[in-house]
Design a protein around this ligand. Structure first.
Ligand code: FES
Ligand code: FES
Length: 187
């Protein structure tokens, strides 16, 4: 009985299909080490070698010298890192750089033309819509996105477009004033 049991167990084991790990299908696994990542930032190609886990914000701030957009909360709650990707605002601290390949990325550095500020940047200066300034690049980029979508935006549309951004210094009244002024002057 004992040897018959062992034989039947052995038979059962040998008949179980063993998965062939070498034949796995699906997307290629990237990382965990550095991989090439090609981004298009403010109309220019940026080639990086970074780990796939690196965020768009960290990739641009630490590897591409684009430090305009700020890292404040680093968890998708304050908007200081706001960039425009394919026409939509994103929290760059919560977006992987590798996922932004093939997309048009715009940062605050891409708004001015030479020495001429973008009308939204100029309006923020004109009405003094900042105190410490850490939130400002994100607010400027978000305001540009709103006004590109709604050139004659109402206060409500601006307010809705900026509702993902926080100013801890409390300059909201001036920020709204700047956005309304830029709406008129951006031409
Ligand atoms: S730093 Fe990205 S949302 Fe705060
Ligand atoms: S100006 Fe300081 S957080 Fe907005």
């Amino acid at each position: 009985m004992k040897s018959a049991g062992v034989t039947s167990i052995a038979t059962a084991v040998t008949s179980v299909a063993v998965p062939d790990v070498g034949a796995q299908t699906g997307p290629a696994v990237l990382g965990p080490g550095d991989v090439p990542v090609a981004l298009t930032v403010n109309g220019k190609r940026v080639d990086l070698k970074i780990e796939p886990r690196v965020t768009l914000l960290d990739a641009l701030r630490t590897r591409a010298d684009l430090t305009g957009n700020k890292r404040v909360c680093d968890r998708g709650t304050c908007g200081a890192c706001t960039m425009i990707v394919d026409g939509r605002t994103v929290y760059a601290c919560s977006t992987l750089a590798i996922e932004a390949q093939g997309k048009e990325i715009r940062t605050v550095e891409g708004l001015s033309s030479g020495n001429a500020l973008h009308p939204v940047q100029q309006a923020f200066c004109d009405v003094d819509a900042l105190m410490c300034g850490f939130c400002t690049p994100g607010f400027v980029v978000a305001t540009v996105a709103v006004l590109e979508k709604h050139p004659n935006a109402t206060r409500e549309q601006i307010s809705k477009g900026l509702d993902g951004n926080i100013c801890r210094c409390g300059t909201f009244v001036r920020i709204m004033e700047a956005a309304m002024k830029a709406r008129v002057t951006r031409g």
